[in-house]
Design a protein around this ligand. Sequence first.
Ligand SMILES: [Ca+2]
Length: 79
Amino acid sequence: MLQCSNSVVCRMLGYANGEVMTTSIHGTGTIWLDNVHCTGREATLTACSHNSWGSHDCGHGEDVSVRCRTGGQQYVVLR
Ligand SMILES: [Ca+2]
């Protein structure tokens, strides 16, 4: 996920802008989106350009965690 995608992820969930965490929790299961390119202004992640759903060349080692600002210095972490 590119750096600008994290803001889109957070906004589509109703949170303020977010940031990619330096330490990520790696997921399991199906990888649904790859090559996601956002300008940062999209309303939802699916509005960003991306491969077709489920089409990817990724491993979970490439997973990233994002934290969204909920106000002040408080965050919610997405894994
Ligand atoms: Ca890829």
